[in-house]
Ligand binder design. Sequence first.
Ligand code: NAP
Length: 287
Amino acid sequence: MDTKVLNGKIIAEELEANISSRVKAYVEKYGKAPLLVTIMVGEDPGSKMYVKMKAKACDRVGISNRVVYLDDTITTEGLLDMIDELNNDEDVDGILIQHPLPRTIDEKMCFDAIALEKDIDGVNSKSFGAVTMGQDAYSAATPAGIMEILKYYDIDVTGKHAVVVGRSPILGKPISMLLLNGDATVTICHSKTQNLADILKTADIVVAACGKPEFIQRDWLKEGVVLIDAGYNKGNIGDISKDAYEIASAYTPVPGGVGPMTITKVLEHTIDSAEKKHELKLIKKLK
Ligand code: NAP
């Protein structure tokens, strides 16, 4: 089988170049760069690493990056006050809450407190609802990245049977809605799904997002399937068994497939948000 490798790294680099030139034009026009604020609570080493990676990515494209470090003794109320302040700060274009948050904090309440126009990571329930209804809002970054990969490689999802394995709020659910909006026929599977292998056998496109190393097996899949592996497990291992690539028409490698797209989409949403802020100001002025 002639198998295409869906290289997210190349797409992310091209997108970053485009974001950089948009940011440059934005700075020339408005005198300052868009601002992304990340809230980091506590000392989780994994979260710290992601925050650093995002800061580096912001530097690469010229987006200003501010990290608010908070002690893990902060309460939900304290965090909500902080979010409120950032929502009302005109200089802030994107707000990102690094998760997971400590268990003492009502994570969902905090996500839902982010203003829709600054929710560049699509964690707010209203963002999810709006994206689902095909309205203007930011989708969660990883699903947005997956759709970008499909678009880049001209993989038309219309009428295709897409099976999503996983239903998390940041990945499985939003990618299912984006595929549905793209006219795919979508089946969402999860840990209670019966006959998963039988369902997967009918899939034209599989999105693996269950967080289980090499869980999806070659003999559960049909020849010619498109494999999108969003899984990222210890040791750079995806959720799909690597020998399944041989029967696929296309697949995203791990690493270098879906992974690089996530931060790039956060950057893109931030410049989108900054540009929209000024468009809205102009519309208000003209009224
Ligand atoms: P999650 O919140 O743990 O959700 C996992 C989902 O998989 C749940 O919906 C769960 O079902 C389902 N699941 C678990 N066992 C299953 C089984 N045996 N059969 C079918 N479904 C099963 O994980 P997540 O945050 O969505 O992340 C999923 C994977 O993507 C992880 O490997 C993560 O590292 C990766 N990820 C990558 C990126 C990136 O930037 N590339 C971003 C985010 C996540 P229930 O709902 O029934 O529990």
